[in-house]
Design a binder for this molecule. Structure first.
Ligand code: FAD
Length: 415
């Protein structure tokens, strides 16, 4: 349903149907989905409009996410696909020797590809353009400070102003003020291993094949694992550190160059555009809603996963679209119990997806870290067999991203 020209529905008592906290990809997707369903929405964003957002971050956008975005804003999925790249293949190495390789046919013209790879700053910009085209109101430099939910709606305070809404979507990221206001905490493992994550600009004089490459135990970098992922304009290189590594050194400009030169083609420029170090949390909110079923958490406000398998933004956008649909259905329900059931159904389903994704990302992490001797032996045997068995090679290739099949919207993990 297209949005109404005047900005959509507002209830008879003047309450907004929804306030969204956070103009990250998840908050913007929630706002688009609400507008598409005909509802007025205001997005409160803590930062100013022209904020710098560094790094490639969520580069891998699943086909399912492109289709969801195309559904909430026609043309948006295609615009993302046009700005991204689809790799021509993928290869996996064990101690410097290739054990698996696969080529992809180019995507069919005019159809959404099964994934695209582009810097998050570009997808954020396209989401913002789509929001502006659909006249979503965004209050920049307006952090949500507090909220109070009751059985009829939510009162939101931010930057000296107050809003009253029927529902709030908390998409305000990992340190979510919304999550804190409803008294929900995140729980789950916090692995000790760290990663150095580097963006390197394309070098037109030494073009690399547009392939995702994973190295188990790369001999040039002290037998650490390395993942190279192409995106439009560059490469993302993830180095898996050891627990006792000196991160301060590995992530300095000299430290980065010392290992990067070993994993790129000889002569490729070392034009590093972003360096970061991460300890990836594996945590999920205890609940995705409040006691009155008026607040819904989405994206990193609700869950944090290791990025292997690209589950973060992809599942966050699925949360956002599901939250918008649940709000749309609940707004049409006259009976309070039915409204609660709609919100409970949605939040329970998205939490189950988040737990699945957390476990799948955890499985991928355990496989890569191999601190368990059984995993170490299995990997070494499989690396040997991969030369003769394509199936074993395919398993070694896919294991660093976790299981792929699962519930709708939980993102099929496939780099
Ligand atoms: C190295 C790395 C690689 C990644 N790779 C991938 C990948 O390939 N694919 C993938 O799917 N995901 C990936 N991710 C994860 C992805 O970046 C995140 O899941 C995604 O950005 C989360 O979006 P979000 O909108 O939930 O949160 P954010 O992007 O953090 O947005 C939250 C917004 O809320 C605002 N805000 C905060 N507090 C308030 C407040 N009180 N009031 C109002 N606004 C507020 C913030 O300013 C921000 O704009 C990766 C992450 C990292 C770190």
């Amino acid at each position: 349903m297209p949005p109404r020209s005047g900005g959509g529905t507002v209830s008879a008592d003047g309450d907004l149907p929804a306030v969204v906290a956070g103009a990250g990809p998840v908050g913007l997707a929630a706002a688009l989905a609400l507008r598409r369903l005909g509802h007025e929405v205001i997005v409160l964003e803590a930062e100013p409009r022209e904020r710098p957002r560094a790094g490639s971050r969520a580069i891998y956008v699943h086909g399912a996410t492109l289709r969801l975005l195309e559904g909430v804003s026609p043309g948006l999925g295609h615009a993302m696909a046009e700005r991204g790249v689809v790799w021509s293949g993928k290869r996996t190495f064990w101690k410097g020797r290739q054990i698996y390789g696969r080529h992809y046919a180019p995507p069919a013209p005019g159809r959404l590809p099964h994934f695209t790879s582009l810097p998050q700053v570009v997808s954020d910009r396209l989401l913002l353009d789509a929001c502006e085209a659909m006249r979503v109101q965004i209050a920049w430099s307006t952090p949500l400070r507090s909220l109070t939910a009751d059985r009829d709606g939510v009162t939101v305070l931010g930057a000296g102003r107050e809003w009253r809404a029927r529902y709030v979507v908390g998409a305000d990221g990992a340190r979510s003020a919304v999550r804190q206001a409803i008294g929900v905490s995140l729980s789950g493992p916090r692995p000790r291993n760290a990663y150095v994550v580097v963006d390197v600009a394309d070098d037109p004089s030494h073009p690399l094949p547009c392939e995702r490459v994973f190295h188990y135990l790369h001999p040039g970098v002290g037998h650490r694992n390395v993942l190279l992922v192409p995106f439009a304009g560059g490469w993302r290189v993830d180095l898996q550190c050891r627990v006792d590594d000196d991160l301060d050194h590995l992530a300095t400009p000299d430290g980065v160059r010392s290992w990067l030169v070993e994993v790129l083609l000889p002569g490729h420029s070392l034009d590093v555009t972003w360096v970061s170090t991460y300890r990836f949390l594996q945590v999920v909110a205890e609940r995705f809603t409040d006691e009155h079923r008026r607040v819904l958490l989405a994206g990193e406000a609700a869950h944090l996963f290791a990025p292997f398998g690209a589950r973060g933004m992809n599942s966050g956008i699925a949360d956002a679209v599901a939250a918008a649909r649940a709000i749309h259905l609940a707004l049409q329900e006259g009976d309070p119990q039915s409204r609660r059931r709609v919100i409970d159904g949605l939040s329970g389903d998205r939490r189950a997806s988040a737990l699945y994704n957390r476990d799948a990302a955890g499985k991928a992490l355990r496989h890569m870290q191999a601190s368990d001797p059984w995993i170490r032996v299995t990997r070494a045997v499989a690396a040997r067999l991969a030369r003769r068995s394509c199936r074993v090679g395919a398993w070694m290739d896919s294991a660093p991203y976790g299981p792929r099949r699962g519930r709708v919207g939980m993102t099929s993990a496939k780099y």
